[in-house]
Ligand binder design. Sequence first.
Ligand code: ATP
Length: 370
Amino acid sequence: ARNDTGRTGEPVIRIADLRKTFDSGSIVACEGVNLSIDTEDFVVLLGPSGCGKTTTLRCISGLELPDSGEVVIDGVDMTGVKPKDRNLAFVFQSVALFPHKSVRGNLQFGLDMSTKLSKAEKKERVEDIAKMLGIEDKLDQKPSSLSGGQQQRVSLGRAMVMEPAAFLLDEPFSALDAKLRKRMQTEIKELQGRLETPMVFVTHDQEEAMAIGDKIVIMDGGVIQQIGSPYEVFNEPVNQFVAEFIGSPSVNTIESRLSRSSGGFVLENDLFSLPLDAELPAAVTDGEPVTFAIRPQYIHVAQPGEELFSGTVKLVEPQGDRDTVYLDAEGREIRAVVPQNTVAPEEEALSLTIEPDKFWIFDESGGRLS
Ligand code: ATP
């Protein structure tokens, strides 16, 4: 229904150099935010509490006016335009349906004012969307007789009938129980593919972000740290913040230093020393303090002759198909993910090794060296 104007090259939403402060400038909620959102995008704004994701979404929606920067929707500068004139639809955590109206009445509410559609066309659109959401048999019921997930579907449907340029969703599933939440995540992703309308989804839950997003925007301190696919943010984090924020169980970090040796550099810490094959930036100095980081998935129980360091098993946490093992290595917690039932839960010393080339080195400010 949209993007059939023949316009090419222009994203559906473009945010340029957005900056928003509160309390006369003392709180910088977001800064230097640049983002392009295309028709096929499922964008997730992800980050810890207070990182600026909601403020960014509210600036897109028009609920918040940025201090500077612009918000362009379908090629039109909308920066100062009222929320209702932006052709965007919101879905929030709290459902806020009209309790006295039927599901049909709730779905149709946004269309009631429209003079563009005939009565029959409105009815048809509402019924199509109810079918798409699997609530066509609930149309004549009141919201109070629906389950939480069905109510959230009605609220989504109410946004869908408007055929907006994009959907903005602020933690829409955080009030649902874990199982239903998973199901809604699958449904919304599938729905987005069919609607061909971009979605911008705010969450602080990295597993939710990885499950639904194809473009994950990771924010910290009001600034975008990385934009990438789930694969990229997991496997190629640009800095230590992203490496630590993404992944469960979380990445292992070990304070280390780099020492120059004949062929290049050796990484050293109180557990092991590791000659490095990788090229390091020319500015790296001898003795430079760095952080060595490796995901638990890439620490393995060593075969004879392979040991890089050892650790004592503290806890084995079954994950179903694999186990997470918590080890103590020289007073440091090391997390490893191993095939199920390969490590006994006793306090046993294990020889460990790492998968080569699966680690990262970060400098003191968290920037990636290798
Ligand atoms: P959360 O997940 O907790 O909602 P968030 O990442 O969405 O966090 P924002 O709500 O965008 O973060 O907030 C970013 C920063 O701006 C925070 O420091 C917050 O306290 C501040 N902030 C947001 N809205 C306001 C406001 N209306 N007045 C003052 N400060 C605000």
